[in-house]
Design a protein around this ligand. Structure first.
Ligand SMILES: Cc1cc2nc3c(=O)[nH]c(=O)nc-3n(C[C@H](O)[C@H](O)[C@H](O)COP(=O)(O)O)c2cc1C
Ligand code: SF4
Length: 519
């Protein structure tokens, strides 16, 4: 009997030796006369179990991990091809609590299917959303997106349907759809995982966006450090053209949409939408003044829908199952699910897709299992390098956009980076300012000059040179950057800096925070 084995080809698994594991399974099985089919998938998102190997059984897929090539002979001898137990046995994959307790909508197929197989994608519900969207007018497509409550997953959480409506309402013979796949935030990898694990869902989402505003051309602006995703995307785009899902006549509808991947310039600022558009046009990644918004005058000054990978990849399920289905998940004005990403000093790092509303503590402990070092988690930075450092007293905050803004924090792209009690928060604040100085595009003074002055002021605080006066100076400087910067890099860097000072004053040598009378 032929055994079917699944091995991830996601970058996280490959970096841990998945290629060697797949090769060893084939050779060890052949040596023993077993017939094996190895299917390469995306990752299930349980990074601590990678390389994860699964085998199909009548009861479902059984997982083994983390598997190294040296484990393979004992796995085969122990009967893993029939799903037998072994020290690396993890049971049914979908019963592993980390996985079972998720609500996978956008990531439903990731880790399950061969990402290059259009047939598999369609078999598991793919392109049903497009078929439904093709029956609607542009205005009705946009209404469905508005009704779903979907907000941008790239950071700013702007309502997606409203952005699309602006592009729809702006007359032009040429419109574009651009996908922001720059994924520059520290501790984030959900864009990469979906592009490597279920790339057709992104193409489908972009095609629906194009139908909505009658755009005929689209670009995926891809982070230069993602060569595997680039190869995968180019392969599936070619398949989509061949099968009539892209091109001049999408599935016989007479609608046209062409799509290309463009490699990014390797700068953090090129993830900001206007700098991205400059870069896509072949120029240096400098921020543009707003207005006009990209939806009015974006790529080559034409109306452009510019959305994050996860935003666009969340669109097909809205059209497959309806806006009400999607809206049913979440809390308050944060509707649907978000793929949270656990990184840093955490025992079980990886991807957790859940409806908005679970708490930071649930993510860090129920899913993450606490710190990797075994020491108490002292702080977590949520939302990338521009996100606030949150202390333990705020770990019960629900993951929802409004609850986060109430505590002067942001969810951003859903990345959580954990730190144990050995972290020095004054160093982290300095690092944030230094990051801003290194990545600043230089267009506005508060960020260009302010970030360099910020590093100097933090150094003086650390060295106890006029500490109290310099704390006040840092506070004023952050106020200027927050309110006077042209974009979110200079405008948000005060979040990590001030949250570090506010929540961990002792690391800055401040004994009486109240006495400083800072807001
Ligand atoms: C400095 C900076 C970097 C950013 N980097 C990214 C990024 O890597 N990926 C992303 O999707 N959005 C990034 N954004 C947000 C984008 O400017 C934009 O809001 C987003 O791509 C819009 O898509 P959405 O509405 O789907 O979130 C960044 C913003 C700033 C200020
Ligand atoms: S805030 Fe920084 S990155 Fe943004 S426009 Fe100003 S100088 Fe450029």
């Amino acid at each position: 009997m032929k055994a079917t084995v699944y091995v991830s080809r996601d970058l996280s698994a490959l970096s841990l030796g998945a290629e060697f594991v797949a090769f060893a399974i084939r050779t060890e099985a052949e040596k023993r006369g077993h017939d094996v089919e190895i299917i390469r998938t995306g990752s299930r998102g349980m990074a601590w179990l990678e390389p994860l190997v699964e085998v199909a059984t009548p009861n479902g897929r059984i997982a083994y991990g983390p598997v190294s090539k040296g484990d393979v002979a004992s796995l085969v001898d122990g009967g893993f091809l029939e799903g037998r137990t072994h020290p690396l046995y993890q049971g049914l994959t979908e019963e592993i609590p980390y996985f079972k307790n998720q609500e996978r909508l956008t990531f439903a197929r990731v880790g399950v299917i061969d990402p290059l197989s259009l047939e598999e994608y369609v078999r598991l519900g793919g392109y049903k959303g497009l078929a439904n969207a093709l029956k609607l007018s542009g205005r009705d497509i946009i209404k469905e997106v508005i009704d779903s409550g979907l907000r941008g997953r790239g950071g700013a959480a702007f309502p997606t349907g409203i952005k699309w409506m602006t592009a729809f309402d702006t007359p032009s013979i040429q419109k574009y759809v651009v996908c922001n796949a720059d994924e520059g935030d520290s501790g984030t990898f959900s864009d990469r995982m979906i592009m490597e694990g279920d790339p057709f869902v992104l193409i489908e989402g972009m095609t629906i966006a194009a139908l909505a505003i009658n755009a005929t051309e689209g670009y995926i602006y891809l982070r230069s450090e993602y060569p595997h995703a680039e190869r995968t995307l180019n392969q599936v785009i070619a398949t989509a053209y061949q099968e009539g899902y892209l091109g001049d006549d999408i599935r016989g509808s007479g609608k046209k949409f062409h799509l290309e991947v463009r490699r990014g310039a390797g700068a953090y600022i090129c993830g900001e939408e206007t700098a991205l558009l400059e870069s896509l046009e072949g120029k240096r990644g400098l921020i543009r003044y707003r207005p006009p918004l990209p939806a009015v005058a974006g790529l080559f000054s034409k109306p452009t829908i510019l959305n994050n990978v996860i935003t666009l990849a969340s669109v097909p399920i809205i059209f497959e199952k309806g806006a009400a289905f999607y809206k049913n998940y979440g809390m308050g004005r944060s509707r649907g699910t978000l793929p949270f990403q656990l990184a840093g000093n955490i025992k079980r790092g990886g991807l957790v897709e859940k409806a908005f509303g679970l708490t930071i503590r649930e993510l860090l402990y129920d899913f993450g299992g606490g710190s990797f070092s075994g020491r108490p988690i002292r702080t977590v930075q949520v939302g990338g390098p521009l996100g606030a450092y949150l202390p333990e007293s705020q770990f019960d905050t629900p993951m929802d956009y409004e609850s986060f803004s109430a505590i002067r924090a942001m969810i951003g792209h859903g990345g959580l980076v954990a730190f144990d009690d050995t972290v020095d928060m004054a160093r982290m604040a300095r690092f944030a300012m230094e990051f801003c100085a290194n990545e600043s595009c230089g267009k506005c003074t508060p960020c260009r000059i302010g970030s360099t002055r910020g590093v100097e002021v933090i150094d003086k605080i650390i060295q106890n040179r006029n500490r109290e006066a310099n704390i006040h100076l840092l506070h004023d400087l952050c106020d200027v950057m927050l309110n006077g910067s042209l974009c979110g890099l200079g405008g948000l860097i005060p979040y990590p800096v001030l949250s570090a000072v506010r929540h961990f004053p002792q690391d800055f040598g401040i004994t009486d925070w109240e006495a400083l009378s800072l807001a």
